[in-house]
Design a protein around this ligand. Structure first.
Ligand code: NAP
Length: 505
């Protein structure tokens, strides 16, 4: 079950939004009465309530907004109990002074906005002595391993325990706590209205991660990187699980650059079955792998870790995805999809350029690489064993295929292009690895010039589809994943109207 936190400054808007949530299927709503501008009228909020509620009145010291005295706050919590609220939230230091009455269930809560203490289980045991129906322990995650300890504590608890971590690193425990027996997790009304650091919206918890379908039998996959919040991988992998009806969930985990090896070790305790790997861990992850294919070994970078025969295997699906996207582009343009002896100019010298370069050279293409930072470009060209040309000279190269592996043109810098339109020949196939937006300025100008084009979405979906097959053993629903990504890119560009923005009244 998902508990949606609702905080409004007026009774009328609180009740109106509560009704709207109920109409959309909400099962449990937390009324954050500390948000109200006037003293909350508990009777009015509880009368004709459309769903069961948790009444919470958080002090400023606990990052709430309560402005009155502590005696007034406790009186409000007692009123909620007498009024028959389904749950009332009692912080650990006041739970002992508020008596059980009627059918109202007591959520005894502990919040720590700084860290996830090592003695989590001791905290739980102290709380268990305060006559709880539900224990709620919410702490700040400062490392991925904090989530592991939290979930283990939830799993070992005798009293039903809602336990998860806050912050960007806490997403995994917010999503997986149900797998360990949490009776519910918390979500915000919308992303703009998060009530605690890193809180996910109801839509994300319900539709993206499908919290209510997660059980101890749910397979867990993840994407690791830093930063990770903007990753589109959870969107398309979870969409594919949903489409195929698989009991699996895919979560983003922010793993700081210096924490990779220890985090992967700690995450073993959650039985994560496979990882997508992104910047800055594509090289470091090879150290953790027990096996890797030849191409990945040669490349020195992997974007996938998967399990085979009890071992971690590393592979790189970026290179085959890029090659397959280019070949499909050639086919559509009426050319033979053979890259041998084709002249290719690669713009960029980062991780994408390395993977695409390796893939193209394996196919026998004649590759020239260019990069804004000369030394980095020369060094990758030497590593790959291909030609190098200076960034200033890139327009004078003639090529059959142009591949943009720089970040130029990526959202929000959509008015930039790494290659002038008049440098393009109309027979050159232009492939832009940037996938947000899909129609970059480079691709628009290339199309206007009559060039065949391939977008980064084609590569992104293909690399994810290959991972999906390695993770699950099933063929990925490629078109559905592509549609999902395109719809999300389009939605992100839509201006949010005031009545959708959900700002505080
Ligand atoms: P990276 O390792 O950080 O490399 C970034 C590259 O972009 C470097 O060559 C950098 O040049 C260049 N660059 C950045 N800003 C520039 C500017 N203003 N002018 C000229 N060059 C600039 O990143 P990456 O992982 O290779 O990713 C690069 C792009 O590939 C991103 O847009 C990413 O979205 C895309 N990508 C797509 C897929 C897919 O599946 N479609 C997969 C991976 C990556 P310097 O060396 O001079 O800084």
């Amino acid at each position: 079950m998902i508990c949606i936190s609702l905080g409004r400054t007026r009774h009328s808007s609180m009740m109106e939004e509560h009704r709207a949530l109920a109409e959309k299927g909400a099962e449990l709503v937390e009324l954050r009465v500390d948000f109200m501008r006037k003293r909350p009228d508990i009777g009015r909020l509880l009368k004709d309530r459309p769903t069961p509620v948790v009444v919470t009145c958080r002090r400023k010291a606990d990052r709430g907004r309560w402005f009155g005295t502590e005696d007034q706050r406790l009186a409000i919590l007692r009123e909620a109990i007498i009024g028959g609220a389904e749950y009332v939230d009692l912080e650990v230091d006041v739970a002992g002074s508020i008596r059980r009455y009627g059918k109202t269930k007591r959520i005894v809560s502990y919040h720590n906005f700084d860290e996830t203490p090592l003695e989590l289980f001791d905290i739980y045991q102290r709380m268990a002595k305060l006559d709880p129906d539900v224990i709620k322990i919410v702490t700040m995650a400062n490392s991925p391993g904090d989530n592991v300890r939290m979930l283990e504590m939830v799993g070992a608890a005798d009293v039903p325990t809602v336990g998860f971590c806050m912050g960007e690193m806490g997403t995994i425990s917010r999503v997986l706590c149900g797998r360990y027996g949490s009776p519910f997790t918390y979500a915000s009304f919308s992303r703009e209205r998060e009530m605690a650091p890193g809180q996910l919206s109801w839509a994300e918890v319900r539709n993206l991660f499908r919290f209510d379908h997660i059980s101890e039998r749910t397979a867990v996959f993840a994407v690791i990187g830093d930063p990770i919040a903007q990753s589109k991988s959870p969107l398309i992998h979870n969409a594919a699980y949903r489409k195929l009806g698989l009991n699996a969930v895919y979560v983003p985990i922010r793993v700081p650059p210096d924490r990779l090896q220890e985090s992967l070790k700690e995450l073993e305790r959650l039985q994560v079955a496979g990882y997508s790997v992104t910047i800055p861990h594509k090289e470091g992850v090879l150290q953790y792998a027990e096996q890797m294919d030849e191409a990945t070994d040669l490349m020195g970078a992997a974007n996938t870790l998967f399990r085979r025969g009890g071992q971690w295997c590393a592979t790189n699906t970026d290179a085959p995805a890029a090659i397959s996207a280019i070949q499909e582009g050639l086919r559509k343009a009426g050319s033979i999809p053979d890259l041998a002896a084709r002249k290719v100019l690669i713009l960029g010298a980062g991780g994408a350029a390395r993977a695409v370069g390796h893939g193209l050279l394996q196919q026998g293409a004649v590759v020239t690489l260019t990069n804004r930072s000369r030394d980095r470009g020369k060094s990758l060209a030497a590593e790959l064993g291909c030609q190098f040309t200076s960034w200033e000279n890139r327009g004078s190269e003639t090529s059959d295929v142009l591949v943009n592996c720089t970040a130029v043109g990526m959202h929000p810098n959509v008015d930039e292009t790494p290659f002038e339109q008049h440098w393009l020949r109309d027979s050159t196939l232009v492939f832009d690895t940037v996938y947000n937006p899909e129609q970059t300025l480079l691709l628009k100008e290339a199309r206007n010039r009559g060039c065949p084009v391939v977008s980064g979405v084609e590569m992104f979906i293909r690399q994810a589809a290959l991972q999906f097959a390695l993770f699950t053993g099933y063929e990925a629903p490629v078109d559905y994943m592509a549609d999902t990504l395109r719809r999300s890119n389009a939605a992100a560009r839509t201006i949010v109207s005031p009545d959708q923005s959900g700002g505080e009244s």
